[in-house]
Design a protein. Structure first.
Length: 130
């Protein structure tokens, strides 16, 4: 599978690529993932950082089941309960994904299906064929 991250100029600071071009591979479409509960079941209500980290852990678990990893993400849409969380989400995403960021959008919403939710991420991954 071939992957090319279009770098842009200012986008790296916000941990996303303006475009990711792929050729070949298997596409994994990820439903919206959230993280309002920790792996041990405790509530993460009101803790944006903890919910964001848990959301990425949940994405990683699903990707692993699909034979992929966070490094295979090519696109993500991030839904936030408050626009003020955009920069904290960006910083956490940069820490978690490191480099070769997916194309991305961040959208502020009026609410989620569960009132404890503060973030939801929907994504697409492309995995090399075995």
């Amino acid at each position: 599978m071939e992957r090319n991250h279009i770098r842009g100029t200012w986008q790296e600071d916000f941990s996303f690529s303006p475009a990711v071009v792929t050729r070949g591979g298997r596409t994994v479409w990820l439903a919206g993932h959230t993280g309002q509960r920790a792996d041990d079941g405790r509530s993460l209500a009101g803790d944006f950082e903890a919910q964001t980290r848990q959301t990425f852990r949940n994405l990683e678990k699903t990707l692993t089941e699909a034979g992929a990893s966070l490094a295979d993400l090519v696109s993500m849409t991030v839904f936030l309960i408050d626009a003020r969380y955009s920069r904290p989400m960006t910083d956490l995403r940069k820490e978690i994904l490191k480099r070769d960021f997916p194309a991305s959008a961040a959208i502020t919403v009026a609410g989620f299906a569960n009132p404890d939710m503060m973030i939801e991420i929907q994504a697409v991954a492309v995995v090399p064929e075995a």
